[in-house]
Design a protein around this ligand. Structure first.
Ligand SMILES: [Zn+2]
Length: 59
């Protein structure tokens, strides 16, 4: 299982996600970035990089 806390990228954000694979976690991150942080489709490559850097193994 992988996990991602949005606060590692956006300080103060309380959102956190878990998924079995990095790919699924990136998908969650994209949806959250769009809905909660107003990211546009053009921002998604940057979002992927930031989320990937913040992903941890959740055991
Ligand atoms: Zn967030």
């Amino acid at each position: 299982m992988k996990e991602f806390d949005c606060a590692d990228v956006v300080p103060g954000c309380g959102a956190g996600f878990r998924a079995p694979t990095v790919a699924e976690l990136l998908a969650h991150g994209r949806v959250h970035a769009a809905h909660a942080h107003g990211k546009a489709e053009a921002d998604m490559p940057t979002v992927d990089v930031a989320v990937t850097a913040a992903i941890r193994d959740a055991g």
